[in-house]
Design a protein around this ligand. Structure first.
Ligand SMILES: [Ca+2]
Length: 137
């Protein structure tokens, strides 16, 4: 009976720590990257680092957690964010920083910036002049 109480209280404390901790991290993230209101990342909220609304971390969240552990810190500072900016946490071919700049999710491979179209080869003015010269009788 007493053990059940201890487990229940411990569970409640973990839940409270997670519930209190997450909004702080989203504020740190939004402040660091100056996330716009109404942007896709702002709307994602906890899902920037977590799998949906769960406590499970996505690949980007795991990279941040590993960096925090290496730094023996629990504060998401700009230095911590910088350390994972060059990584491609979700392995979709785009760095975390480029994803954040493009308003896509760095921990979700299904969320990636649209591929830029390859510019068509242009004929320069010199080539056009040469072609006109060639056509003259
Ligand atoms: Ca992505």
């Amino acid at each position: 009976m007493k053990a059940d109480r201890v487990i229940a209280i411990a569970g409640l404390l973990v839940y409270a720590a997670v519930a209190v901790g997450l909004p702080s991290y989203t504020t740190d993230f939004s402040g660091n990257y100056k996330i716009r209101k109404g942007s896709k990342i702002e709307k994602a909220g906890c899902a920037v680092c977590h799998v949906g609304e769960t406590v499970k971390l996505n690949p980007y969240g795991n990279d941040l957690a590993k960096t925090l552990a290496d730094a023996k810190s629990d504060s998401l500072t700009s230095a911590v964010f910088r350390k994972v900016e060059g990584l491609d946490s979700d392995k979709d071919g785009v760095t975390n920083l480029d994803e954040i700049k493009a308003d896509t999710l760095p921990g979700d491979p299904k969320s990636a910036p649209a591929k830029k179209p390859v510019p068509a080869k242009r004929i320069g003015p010199a080539a056009e002049t040469a072609r006109q010269e060639w056509r003259r009788p």
